[in-house]
Structure formats: structure tokens, C-alpha cells
Design a protein around this ligand. Structure first.
Ligand SMILES: NC(=O)c1ccc[n+]([C@@H]2O[C@H](COP(=O)([O-])OP(=O)(O)OC[C@H]3O[C@@H](n4cnc5c(N)ncnc54)[C@H](O)[C@@H]3O)[C@@H](O)[C@H]2O)c1
Length: 360
């Protein structure tokens, strides 16, 4: 494993920022933030109950060494806690830490922590800065970049939120050493997605190396380059950014069908990508062979390729998707591996479209 890997990817969003991919950058967060926020005085580290005991003290020490007064707020881990009640706890901690508008928060954890800390930062005092220190493969390769923040409601995922870009992202691959194996494979769902929609080279790397941890920083760099390019061109998801939803219409539906407990997010997205590509191949919209390659790569990464729900159940759940517009829904399809497009389909036709992809 390369110990000296260091790559900085500049995200040219409305308010630009850097993603630094470097081992042990977590211990340098104080000095790195100091360059960006020299006038801030106080920082609140927000982390979940699994990640905080592992890394929060190191981040606090680094921030204090750089001269900041640093505090830690811990919330219970898990998607089921990605709720407004946890955000209220974060506001209370921000207030107790006496954060002012020039101070900042640090999201230390996976996608749940990043989405929630980002949302609390977007709304506390009408917006304070925040730093992302992602500690899962999913967060390092996807969710920490792009500025989508938010929480779940009883009736669906990520239904309340805002766009709020971080001021810095530190992807420290050493934090992945403590990640439970299931979240290693799960995180590959979004990396495979990035390859499918924009880069056949990235897809081929995963075909060749699977989840080999020695490759992770190279994959992260390519993933973040793809995501940041899309975000730069369409920060608010009015066009190209929709491509990042490849696999998500059916993936979210599968998550909903199993009440967010059976499949992890990336696993459900993987099945969604495969189902959609089988269907679009059958409809003549995708180059032949793409679905078989997706199936093979999911298997190589140890991910599921099917679920027990019926097409009717999945499509019914998909109708509640945020991307639904009246009686139509925008779905993302592949022309071939590495090339994608948005396809509008009548809601009434979705089930037949998906059923068309059932392998004889
Ligand atoms: N904002 C976006 O653009 C975007 C994109 C994709 C997904 N998401 C969101 O991301 C969330 C999923 O993220 P996730 O898979 O990272 O989930 P997560 O944050 O719940 O982390 C998964 C589990 O791993 C634990 N964990 C995290 N890092 C660890 C580490 N280094 N060592 C040990 N344990 C660790 C967590 O406590 C949790 O139990 C979903 O809520 C999804 O909606 C957001």
C-alpha cells in the first residue's frame, strides 16, 4: 500500500474547495483548516457513537494545536438516527460551544454524519462553514463532495435538506482500517456507479482489482474527479447531476421495500443499476453486454445482484421517488459502460420497462 499517496482535487463549485486524499491527514486537519479559516476561533466536531471513540480525540488535538477551541458532539450511529431530533441535538451542542458565524463544524464519520453535520452547519445561524473528514468508502468516494446535506423523514430518505458545500474535505484512507467489512463492499456501489456513468477506465480498474484495498486511493481520486466535474457543471441538479442518480430510483425503492434494514445503500444501488441496465438493454437503449459486466463486477466486489421483492413492489415504491415529475419519472440509463443519459418515462410504463429486462 502506498504510504506517500497525496492528491489534491480542486472542486470548482460556487464556493470552491479542495479534497485532499492523504493518509493521516486527519492529524493535520488543524493546520490545514487554519490556512482557510484563520479568523475562526471555535470548532465543533460532530461524530457518531462508533467513529467518535476511534478518531475524535485525534481531530480535537490537531484543532487545538492550531489554536482553535475544539469541542466534540456525539450522536447515536445509524441511518435510523438521520432525523430532525439528532439535528436539534447538534444545534444545542453548537450553541453550548458558543460557535459564532465565523466558526466551523467538522463532520467526522460516514455519509450519515456528513449529511447531518452539513445540514446543521447550513442552517445554524443561517449558515456556518464545515469541514468533511469522511471515514467510510462511500463518504470518501461520494457523499463528502457535492454539498448535498439533509435528513430522512418517516415517508422517505433525504427529503429535507439543503445544498451547502464543505470548505475542505480530508479523505484519510487509514480510517478505513476500522471499517466493518460490510461497509467496504457496500461503499463500492457508488464507485462502480461513477465508472458506469462516466468512466470505462474506472470500471475496468474495478473489474480487474475488485475491492483490493491497495487500490483505494487511486479509485477515490478517480471517483472524486468524476463527481466534482459533474457538480461543477451542475451544482443544483438541474441537468447533468441527475446522472449521479444512476441505480438510485430502484435502489431507494429496494431500501424502502426492506424498511432500510435488509440491504445497505450501496448494495441496493448495485441491484438497481443492474435491473435498470438489463431493462434498457432489452429495450435496445444500451449496448449489449453492459448488464453482464455490471453483474460480474458486483459479484467480484461481494455485492448482491438480486432481491426477493417483486417488480410491482419495487416500482410502486419507486413512484414515491423525489425525481418523479407528475405522471413521469426521470431515470438514468447507460448507452454503454462509461456513458449515461437521462430518460423520461411514464410512471405507468415503468413496471413493464423493468419487467422487460428479466433474464429468460
Ligand atoms: N450527500 C450525498 O451526496 C450522499 C451520497 C450518497 C449517500 N449519501 C448518504 O450517505 C449515507 C450512507 O453513508 P455510509 O454508508 O457512510 O453510512 P454511515 O455513516 O451510517 O456509516 C456506516 C457505518 O459505519 C460506521 N463507521 C463509519 N466510519 C467508520 C470507521 N472508519 N470505522 C468504524 N466504523 C465506522 C458508522 O458508525 C456506521 O455504523 C446515507 O444516509 C445516504 O443517504 C449521501
Amino acid at each position: 500500500m502506498s504510504v506517500s499517496y497525496r492528491k489534491i482535487i480542486h472542486v470548482g463549485a460556487g464556493i470552491p474547495y479542495d479534497v485532499i486524499i492523504e493518509r493521516n491527514s486527519l492529524d493535520r486537519c488543524g493546520e490545514l483548516v487554519k490556512n482557510l479559516l484563520p479568523n475562526a476561533e471555535r470548532a465543533l466536531i460532530i461524530s457518531d457513537s462508533n467513529v467518535a471513540p476511534l478518531y475524535a480525540d485525534r481531530v480535537k488535538t490537531s484543532l487545538e494545536s492550531a489554536g482553535y477551541a475544539a469541542f466534540i458532539h456525539v450522536f447515536p450511529a445509524g441511518e435510523e438516527n438521520k432525523r430532525l431530533a439528532a439535528i436539534e441535538g447538534m444545534y444545542a451542542a453548537m450553541s453550548a460551544a458558543q460557535l459564532s458565524r465565523t466558526d466551523f463544524a467538522v463532520a467526522l464519520g460516514g455519509g450519515v454524519t456528513g449529511d447531518m453535520c452539513g445540514f446543521a452547519a447550513a442552517t445554524y445561524l443561517r449558515g456556518i462553514k464545515f469541514v468533511q473528514i469522511p471515514t467510510t468508502i462511500l463518504a470518501q468516494n461520494d457523499s463528502s463532495v457535492g454539498g448535498k446535506t439533509g435528513i430522512d423523514l418517516e415517508c422517505g430518505k433525504n427529503l429535507v435538506g439543503s445544498f451547502h458545500q464543505p470548505c475542505l474535505v480530508l479523505a484519510d484512507a487509514n480510517t478505513l482500517n476500522t471499517l466493518p467489512p460490510r461497509y467496504i463492499t457496500d461503499g463500492f456501489g457508488e464507485i462502480i456507479k461513477h465508472g458506469c456513468i462516466k468512466s470505462s477506465e474506472l470500471f475496468e480498474l474495478i473489474e480487474k482489482h475488485g475491492t483490493d484495498v491497495n487500490m483505494i486511493e487511486e479509485l477515490t481520486a478517480r471517483s472524486i474527479e468524476i463527481k466534482s466535474g459533474v457538480v461543477e457543471r451542475d451544482e443544483r441538479e438541474s441537468g447533468e447531476r441527475m446522472l449521479l442518480n444512476f441505480g438510485h430510483t430502484l435502489g431507494h425503492a429496494i431500501e424502502k421495500c426492506c424498511n432500510f434494514t435488509g440491504f445497505a445503500h450501496g448494495e441496493a444501488v448495485g441491484i438497481g443499476m443492474l435491473m435498470m441496465t438489463r431493462a434498457s438493454e432489452a429495450a435496445g437503449l444500451t449496448e449489449r453486454g453492459a448488464a453482464d459486466r455490471i453483474e460480474a463486477v458486483l459479484k467480484k466486489c461481494g455485492m448482491p445482484t438480486a432481491c426477493d421483492f417483486t417488480y410491482d413492489e419495487i416500482c410502486e415504491a419507486a413512484m414515491l421517488d423525489k425525481k418523479r415529475r407528475g405522471d413521469s419519472i426521470n431515470i438514468v440509463l447507460l448507452r454503454s459502460i462509461g456513458e449515461s443519459f437521462v430518460h423520461k418515462i411514464k410512471c405507468a410504463d415503468l413496471t413493464d420497462f423493468i419487467r422487460g429486462g428479466v433474464k429468460a
